[in-house]
Design a protein around this ligand. Structure first.
Ligand SMILES: NC(=O)c1ccc[n+]([C@@H]2O[C@H](COP(=O)([O-])OP(=O)(O)OC[C@H]3O[C@@H](n4cnc5c(N)ncnc54)[C@H](OP(=O)(O)O)[C@@H]3O)[C@@H](O)[C@H]2O)c1
Length: 359
């Protein structure tokens, strides 16, 4: 059964914790009822998959898992490894103000801040790129190849059948399992995908090494791939915030659950005005003061769950209480009365009356 919330391991690896502290966060997510876990060879400088391995082995029959192909961490010299936690700490302090500055600049340049503003944000340490191609270049339609799309992937491409098999075997070893539920191409572009590589994906399904394959990348590049290779059953994983209005397209075209992510990270720094207009009604609905600092994250999660109503919303956190709060929200949403549910749906689909006060 599909877990409505999925726990991403990029944040766990970014948190300044010991291995047992990180494992405790995975247990917290499990105890809170989360049954989908998302990882990638890239996360945690290559350590996230190994962290999940023993956790997964004990619960394999009750958990679904996503890992990815294509992006690998830069190799770190053994002598520099002790510096990784220090680098994470510095990044965590420096990147948020930098991201806020870039978002402010982007929204000043754009009369109506939208996904373009989010696409300028810098990804956090350990995560994949935020959404490098969120919006189509001017004048282009999805599926219509640009000169860049038509270029071959080049001699150094990792997108070869041999690499695919080798990286998958490595992930299976680290994750201590014999089959991956969702194997996604990490930040792929249509130009990378040649017939032998695509055939190998189908063979891996037939061999029982993966259950589904798909794309974990930007909205625009994912859409290009789906439209260019419609014969393949792509499962989609995309960034999704309250500023996006085409999420339904991705839900319709995902050959499995749609996975959305980064609603909190990008949403908090995205269109603040729209968010501000929704916060009052949400506070009233929750019967809490609008100044309550927990309300923003709660609202962003509620909007994300409502927008991706039949799929799985991924989040990450290095804090147990936040993991529990995010999971508890599911229960809260199921108890909203019909007018409140209608308001949330309107707000989530960015409809014109979304900012109207809660009845
Ligand atoms: N396919 C791709 O290219 C791709 C790209 C990005 C992400 N992903 C996947 O999606 C997962 C989630 O994405 P993400 O980490 O970018 O986005 P996210 O979950 O929207 O944002 C994470 C941030 O939200 C904070 N947070 C979480 N719960 C909170 C709460 N209740 N209150 C306040 N703050 C809260 C976390 O802070 P604390 O840690 O301090 O709690 C962290 O800074 C990733 O781990 C990864 O698995 C995939």
């Amino acid at each position: 059964m599909l877990s409505r919330l999925g726990f991403g391991t990029s944040g766990v690896m970014g948190a300044a914790l010991t291995t047992s502290g990180r494992l405790k966060l995975l247990d917290t997510a499990w105890d809170a009822g989360i049954r989908h876990f998302d990882t990638a060879p890239l996360y945690g400088f290559g350590e996230a998959e190994s962290l999940l391995g023993p956790f997964l082995r004990r619960r394999r029959d009750t958990i679904t898992i996503t890992t990815k192909f294509g992006l690998l961490p830069a190799s770190v010299h053994p002598l520099a490894r002790p510096l990784i936690p220090l680098a994470r700490g510095v990044n965590r302090r420096l990147l948020p103000p930098l991201r806020r500055g870039v978002a402010r600049l982007a929204s000043r340049r754009s009369a109506a801040p939208g996904p373009q503003a989010s696409s300028l944000l810098v990804p956090p340490p350990g995560a994949g790129a935020a959404d490098p191609v969120a919006a189509p270049p001017a004048g282009r339609q999805p599926g219509v190849p640009s000169p860049a799309d038509q270029r071959s992937a080049g001699p150094d491409t990792p997108y070869t059948p041999a690499n695919l098999r080798q990286q998958l075997e490595q992930s299976l070893r680290k994750l201590q399992c014999d089959c991956i539920d969702y194997y996604l191409l990490h930040e792929a572009q249509a130009a990378y995908l040649q017939p032998p590589f695509l055939d190998t994906l189908d063979q891996l399904v037939a061999e029982g090494k993966i259950r589904h394959y798909g794309i974990g990348g930007g909205r625009w590049s994912s859409r290009c791939i789906v439209e260019r290779f419609p014969q393949h059953p792509w499962v989609l994983q995309i960034p999704d915030t309250h500023t996006n209005d085409d999420t339904a397209w991705f839900a319709e075209h995902s050959a499995g659950p749609l996975f959305t992510h980064s609603a909190l990270r990008l949403g908090r720094e995205g269109a603040q005005q729209e968010l501000g207009a929704l916060l009052g009604p949400w506070a009233a609905l929750r019967q809490r003061p609008v100044e309550d600092p927990a309300l923003v994250a709660e609202l962003l999660m509620a909007l994300a769950l409502s927008r991706n109503a039949r799929g799985c919303v991924l989040f990450s956190s290095g804090h147990g209480d936040r993991i529990r709060a995010n999971a508890a929200l599911l229960q809260t949403l199921s108890t909203l009365d019909p007018p409140a549910q209608r308001w949330l749906q309107a707000a989530a689909s960015a409809s014109a009356d979304a900012a109207a006060p809660h009845p």
